[in-house]
Ligand binder design. Structure first.
Ligand SMILES: C[S@@+](CC[C@H](N)C(=O)[O-])C[C@H]1O[C@@H](n2cnc3c(N)ncnc32)[C@H](O)[C@@H]1O
Length: 277
């Protein structure tokens, strides 16, 4: 299975004129302090290809990282995303299966003077708890993204997930960014914001709001005075909700079983409470 995954990435690597044989070589042995990784070297579930630095910079900008964030890179390679985040003052952590790459990352963090904020662990991302992160970055493969998707969707609402090159199946991205004209390969990244879970019945004043949710997209009805109004332009952005119903544009934020906000073209603030099933 591992060979198959590595071959998959090796096929992609052919597009960057790399000898695909490199992608099938065994991992090199640790040689303290002198280890030099090779693009395309075997990894547990995917080979190592570094994200171009220009894209790392833009991925972090798209994620709008701040000093309040805790970033985790899943499959952190030589540590470049974690170290770049740390140089911006962000606490950041890399999970990487290859122990040589972990040691290299630690040396790179030290050389950059950010070893206090940039930490690394040798571990399998599929056996790791990364639920404390507020930003997840990854550069894996489409099927690995899909394996991670349920865990990502269960993270704290508002968590930003940024993937180099690969999608999340039918969970459509909220944003995307290109690395710019100097980047030649793997130059686009996508962002998703983990949506709060709002599907179900809500009491909004005297009205009944029924929401159906597919990832960040919402549909449903607002029943007012016995008349059902279909909601439109309805979506989540983390904990923020927007929808239009009965001629009013609603904006609010969700906190557990309560939503509060203001109607855009009315002056009334509104509150909704989740109804028990
Ligand atoms: C395509 S590289 C991306 C490296 C880095 N995130 C970047 O963007 O430059 C994927 C990395 O994931 C690592 N990896 C593969 N399977 C893994 C697993 N199950 N757990 C942790 N790391 C893994 C590989 O060793 C490799 O360094």
């Amino acid at each position: 299975m591992s060979t198959l995954r590595n071959l998959t990435m090796a096929c992609a690597l052919m597009a960057i004129s790399l000898d695909p044989a490199i992608a099938q070589t065994a991992p090199s042995q640790p040689t303290a302090g002198t280890y030099e990784p090779k693009v395309g070297q075997e990894g547990k579930d995917v080979v190592w290809v570094p994200t171009p630095q220009a894209l790392v910079d833009r991925m972090l900008a798209m994620a709008e990282v701040s000093k309040e964030d805790y970033l985790i890179d899943l499959g952190s390679g030589d540590g470049r995303t974690v170290i770049t985040a740390a140089t911006l003052g962000v606490r950041a952590h890399g999970i990487e299966y290859n122990p040589d790459m972990v040691a290299l990352s630690k040396r790179n963090a030290q050389a950059a003077g950010v070893e206090d904020r940039a930490t690394f662990i040798q571990a399998d991302i599929f056996e790791s708890d990364f639920s404390e992160a507020s930003v997840i970055t990854l550069f894996l493969l489409p099927d690995l993204n899909l394996r991670l998707r349920p865990t990502l969707l269960d993270m704290k609402p508002g968590t930003r997930v940024v993937s180099n090159s690969f999608h999340m199946g039918d969970w459509r991205p909220d944003d995307q960014i290109d690395a710019g004209s100097e980047c030649e390969n793997y130059c686009r990244a996508y962002k998703w914001v983990v949506p709060a879970k709002v599907a179900g019945e809500w009491r909004l004043g005297d009205d009944q709001l029924t929401l159906t949710q597919t990832y960040q997209m919402l549909s449903g009805t607002l029943v007012r005075n016995g008349t059902a109004h279909e909601i439109s332009e309805a979506r989540m952005d983390g904990t923020n909700i927007t929808f239009t119903a009965a001629g009013m544009r609603y904006r609010g934020s969700v906190d557990g079983n309560t939503m509060t906000g203001a109607a855009e073209n009315g002056d009334a603030r509104w509150t909704a409470e989740r109804q028990a099933d």
